[in-house]
Design a protein around this ligand. Structure first.
Ligand code: AMP
Length: 125
């Protein structure tokens, strides 16, 4: 079944300015803001401004400019939070949940950046 973007999802509302967010970075094609229920000292959500449901939808349909902008934004947020393991930081984890098996709650592609404490193993079960 093709992707059907629901423009009433909460991140679409954030992008339209209908509900507030705690922005940490905004670029031409990307917005990053703090997760409302942080699970680590650093918990930032990075989203494209375009209407993409999940990572593969974005990866296969977004323009090169959107993908480059998004990827650079992820790097900048790691830099801003001093979590880059190659630059003296202690590391981090990126997560992009997709669909029902991935337990994606908000159907607008978003990448979680988590850091600031040891995060444990990737999956608990
Ligand atoms: P996921 O399960 O990957 O879809 O994660 C959705 C994330 O969005 C969760 O970590 C929520 O805490 C977060 N979230 C939901 N609503 C908001 C909001 N209004 N502002 C910031 N983060 C939110």
């Amino acid at each position: 079944m093709p992707y059907n973007y629901d423009d009433q999802n909460i991140f679409a509302k954030i992008l339209r300015g209908e509900i507030p967010n705690d922005t940490v970075l905004e670029t031409e094609h990307t917005l990053a803001f703090n997760d409302i229920q942080p699970q680590a000292p650093v918990h930032v959500l990075v989203i494209p401004k375009g209407p993409y449901v999940c990572h593969d939808h974005f990866a296969l349909n977004a323009s090169d400019a959107e993908i480059a902008d998004f990827t650079r934004a992820v790097g900048k947020i790691c830099q801003m939070n001093s979590i880059q393991p190659g630059e003296g930081g202690e590391g981090y984890r990126t997560i992009a949940n997709a669909g029902s098996d991935g337990v994606q709650e908000v159907p607008h592609f978003h990448m979680h950046i988590l850091g600031g404490r040891p995060l444990g193993r990737m999956l608990s079960k």
